[in-house]
Design a protein around this ligand. Sequence first.
Ligand SMILES: [Zn+2]
Length: 308
Amino acid sequence: MSILSEPYFHNEDAAFEHLEQALWRDGTVCPHCGVIGHATKLQGEKHRRGVWKCNEKECRKQFTVKVGTVFEHGRLPLHKMLQAVYLMCSSKKGVSAHQLHRTLGVTYKTAWFLAHRIREAMRDGKLGPLGGEGKIVEIDETYVGGKDKNKHHNKRRGKGGMDKEIVFALVERGGKVQSHHVPSVSAKTLRPILEKQLAEASRLMSDDGGARVGREFPKHEAVNHSINEYVRGDVHTNTIEGYFSIMKRGVTGVYHHVSPQHLKRYLAEFDFRYNTRVALGVNDEARMGHAVRGIVGKRLMYRDSFAK
Ligand SMILES: [Zn+2]
């Protein structure tokens, strides 16, 4: 059966049940008092869809599975939001808000906000340090955006006259990636990231650019691109360069222009897909499951980020 035939993509009751199964694996969770598995589903015409009532004596409040998630204040039917999650999880380079607008039959503005909600769900706040004993971690930086010739002059950024944003990333060879939008590539900016995100026992590899921060780490090796050295034994940065090429093709090809303010959310999206890629044993459906489970507890952060 085609995954697109799944009832939760078409039927609102099924969509609620799908989300309930994904988020309430140990039973309903009352968002008001936190009690687990102690609520009754309110059925019948007069009740909103998917409403439960907490059975705790002191609580007795009503809730749905959307409360406290990035979907809470979305006005779209849940089954359409799940369609959007699937589209964003299954296309390697991402899906533009224009594409979502056309495919889902919603306004562009709705599509744009929905896509950002889903990116927030994809953000992995808990991804621990990469690497470890016997593992290789590659680091590099790249520059994105700034190709838009019509961009207003006062929006140009400093950085030595360069109209681009800097992305610094670490990738564990055969493992996961972590991207950071950074203001500069100075050791001062990059050192705290490496100290926090690189497991100490890892072998760290960079090109000559990354050497300025990498040399502070004991197991660091660098290839010297400036003298055309790209591989020396197993020392290279091909993995991180491969990742950057997917990310940049997505950012420039699908999203055309990503504003600096939102770049971190796009990076979260590309990191998410890489970290749940087929080579790590994750298929499209399972990847969607990861994204759906990621919608919990991010509502406030999502709101905050737009309030600024
Ligand atoms: Zn309760």
